[in-house]
Design a protein around this ligand. Sequence first.
Ligand code: SME
Length: 166
Amino acid sequence: MYDFKPDPALDPAETHRQLCEAADALTAGEPDAVANMANVAALLWDFLPDLNWAGFYRVAPSKDGAGSELVLGPFVGRPACIRIPFGAGVCGAAAETRATQCVADVHAFPGHIACDAASRSELVVPVLRDGAVIAVIDCDSPSPARFTQADATGIEALAALLADRI
Ligand code: SME
């Protein structure tokens, strides 16, 4: 049994350090990308308070094979939209710009894609391998302005750890 126990009294930076440490321990030496993303989605859900969705979109071929887009990966939360074109919504913006998107009010974000009507704020971090986006990590919260710079920095460190493990 894995028994990672986040302490709610910790400050966010320490929470993220422990989350990364747990993710490292769970994914080290495991080559299966789906298993690693599934476990990390569960860790995000366990460690970060006040989320209603946490998981991955992977860069994968579009249905017609003509290009690539974001395709739903392992997650915790309500069923979500499956395919997101580059540039669309918060996830597509992160993939297109290769930059973290920290959105305090999703209703004010042009083109935001509402997968769960409860979402009020969102943090999306691209996972880069050799400079190219291979996935994004998406966290949604029912509270406005839930995500801080500490969350962005922490999830960026997680993305760097996972770059050759997913
Ligand atoms: N809100 C996202 C879509 C994914 S869901 O939040 C799980 C977006 O605007 O890209």
